[in-house]
Design a protein around this ligand. Structure first.
Ligand code: S3P
Length: 172
């Protein structure tokens, strides 16, 4: 039998872009396994993300994230939602770009803010003004999301069906 590898779909973008919701939906539509790198990190660590940041610092979290992204991007035919900071690491960007089709879910800060409000599970938003923080993170990371992505899809409409159709259109 001719076993052909099926290209994986990797979603990148900021916190509150809707990567997990959209990823789970796309996986259902495409009948593929869905992974969320943050949840895999938590399963492997046996602790939640705030605990990892508290005890191991952001550097410790990023090391775990790098290992998980390496492992998951090696799988064929999956849909993967990555954490908003996954693109900070050079290896992650290379692995994502070379091993699958990467979609950047561009999202306005106001929408990110509305979706992450009162969320205790995101350590980077627990101090300072969340709007400024999200704005600063986007300024720094937007070029990295664009560098790694094969296509950019706006989630500004907040319409799951519309965004799903656009992502599927990118897959051809
Ligand atoms: C982070 C985003 C989070 C999570 C961690 C750090 C970031 O994932 O990985 O809190 O650096 O932007 P989501 O983008 O799924 O919220």
């Amino acid at each position: 039998m001719n076993e052909k590898a099926v290209t994986s779909l990797f979603l990148v973008g900021p916190m509150g872009a809707g990567k997990s919701t959209l990823g789970r939906h796309l996986a259902q539509v495409l009948d593929r396994p869905f992974y969320d790198s943050d949840r895999v990190i938590e399963e492997k660590t046996g602790a939640d993300i705030p605990w990892i940041f508290d005890v191991e610092g952001e550097d410790g979290f990023r090391r775990r994230e790098r290992d998980v992204i390496d492992e998951l991007t090696a799988l064929d035919g999956i849909v993967l939602a990555t954490g908003g900071g996954a693109v900070l690491n050079d290896d992650n960007r290379r692995h994502l770009h070379e091993r699958g089709c990467v979609i950047y879910l561009w999202t306005p800060v106001e929408l990110q803010l509305a979706r992450t409000r009162n969320d205790r599970n995101r350590p980077l938003l627990q101090t300072g003004d969340p709007e400024r923080k999200l704005q600063a993170l986007l300024e720094k990371r937007d070029p990295l999301y664009r560098e790694v992505a094969h296509a950019v899809v706006s989630t500004a409409s907040g319409n799951l069906k519309k965004v799903t159709d656009q992502v599927l259109g990118c897959l051809g």
